[in-house]
Design a protein around this ligand. Sequence first.
Ligand code: IVH
Length: 690
Amino acid sequence: MDLFSSIDLEPSRQRIEELTRLIDKYNYEYYMNDTSLVSDFEFDALLRELIDLEHQYPELALPTSPTRRVGGTINKNFRQVTHRFPMLSLGNTYSIEEIEEFESRTRKLLGDTKFTYTCELKYDGVAIGLTYKHGVLTQAVTRGNGTVGDEITDNARTIPTIPLKLQGSYPDDFEARGEVVYPFDAFETMNKQREAEGDEPFANPRNAASGSLKLQDSRECAKRKLQFCMYFMMLPGDNSIQQLNNSTTQQYNTHFGRLEAAKQMGFKVQPYIKECADINEIKAFIDYWDKERWNLPFGIDGIVIKVNQVELWQQLGLTAKSPRWAIAYKFKAERVSTPLEDISFQVGRTGIVTPVANMAPVWLGGTTVRRATLNNADFIEKMDIREGDWLLIEKGGEIIPKVVGVDMEHRIANAKPVSYLAKCPECGTPLVRTEGEAGFYCPNVDGCPPQIIGRLEHFVARKAMNIDSLGSERLSMLYNKGLVRNVADLYYLRREQLIGLGVEEGASIQEKGAENILSAIRKSCEVPFERVLFALGIRYVGEVGAKKLARFFKNIDALMAATVEELAHVEDVGEKTAVTVFDYFVVPEHRQLVERLRAAGLQMQVHDTSVSSVLEGKTFVVSGIFSRFSREEIKTHIEQHGGKVSSSISSKTDYVLAGEKMGPEKLKKAEKLNVPIISEEDYLVMVGGK
Ligand code: IVH
């Protein structure tokens, strides 16, 4: 029997090996050498074949299979791992004089010893350490605080420039350190997509890289186009010279040699590294990259200078937290000043007015800058921007230029403060400012065109109603033609109203197009209630808030009847949100809108996913860590058995369900209010489980 099954498996085993070899090769050429050896179509077909085979014969799947790059694992919490060797930081400076001092100090300390430096880029991303044992990636950990970091191995595997298995010869056990960066073009594409889908864009590529590595679903991480730039190889012998001399080959005796070796193993090592003999060569490297950095496809924020000879590292030693054998020179943010011409005002979906400075075009960090946000009224006041001023603008690691102040050299005597709008630039309604808010907004929610169009855009977004045949342009057309004034109107559109639309814009909708739009609109009636609620675009009600509100109140009628206090009790719904939700449903037009949407067939209640009703009428507060469930799972479990979950303990709480490490504040409050505290086991008994 055994014999038969092993004979049967052999062809599949061979094919799996062959596919793995091919895909690895194509990946390597594509990501390391920018060469496509096969078409995307062919590549996808090979990958598909491998995925299917591994699915069919899981026992044959190799641990280093390229299919693991596609992701698919879920990490609820990232395990905290102590670094085998602390990940030190670097002393850094903005001053060339201090680099000169570093160089002469090093020379003095090393006396007659011959040595060189390496100069390389200081990548602006997230530092990680990759452990390789016998040529296989076994662990990836973020730098964290340098001593302890998060284990992110599954996400790291999805990064194409991180080898899962090494080529050629390599040390049996070592750590590859480097920076995960988000290349500019991929960053921009991803951010645009996020905005289109109603998600908050990332502020800069570094935050995006960091956020991506912490994604719970590694499949999502695989979609982010992250890159790993290796900058350091740590061998276990590095901490003792004796071992180093015994166990390493010549090449591993210099930092430069190690990175060269790493390249041969299959790591992406940026070519911009130079061995330098003296301070002049170091300075030339710095000067070159200070200007050239804007032409790189990813962000850097300085230059790192290291003593090249590894054996000297021990001799030079460490200061409190950084090695004496390396230093970082940080680039100053590039700064220019340019005349402010005027300020324009943009009105967003929620009515928030954003002032934008229009400036005389100026060259900054590789692009011509004409406009920059002035954020809000507070910002303008704080900067004391006056008419005729020149603005100082900077471009740091970020791609977006920032206004950082006024260039007082150009200030004209008695210049008047710039005037802020009193009325909405779009609809003329007097602007208002709520206590504690930094800016003004237009309160004409239902009559101000950009607010209406913005709300329509939000409504059709993928994470909301997902009506993808209606993009911004078509929505604007529908609005401008008077066919759609609010989101409910979409459901009452007729075929003949759509056909021919856009003729003047040169993109007229034909019969087929009209049919597609109508069917996408019809299909959106199946979208679950929680997303309908999110789609309404009530201020402060994001995806999570909408989900929580929907699950708590179960249907729109209960939600519309809720008091502020009841709303605020829902988990993840704060006072501010509770008030805006309440205020939203007080407005008769909004109630009418809901009725028209209901009549059109949209989901206005949660679908029954209930398992039982044993917890009917009981409200729980959940705290701590559980053994059988994650916190989210136990909450869903409560709801599926008819109970409600609230975030804060009050007299209305029936039980506090406490896991390990329950918060001390919650404990105190539960005791004070005499709310019974039950364990996970008690809970399971309560719902009749095992
Ligand atoms: S070497 C002991 N090289 O800068 C030497 N670091 O404070 C360890 N970084 O968080 C670092 N590019 O992630 C080194 N080419 C480079 C680097 C680099 C970026 C980061 C590193 C660390 C920080 C140093």
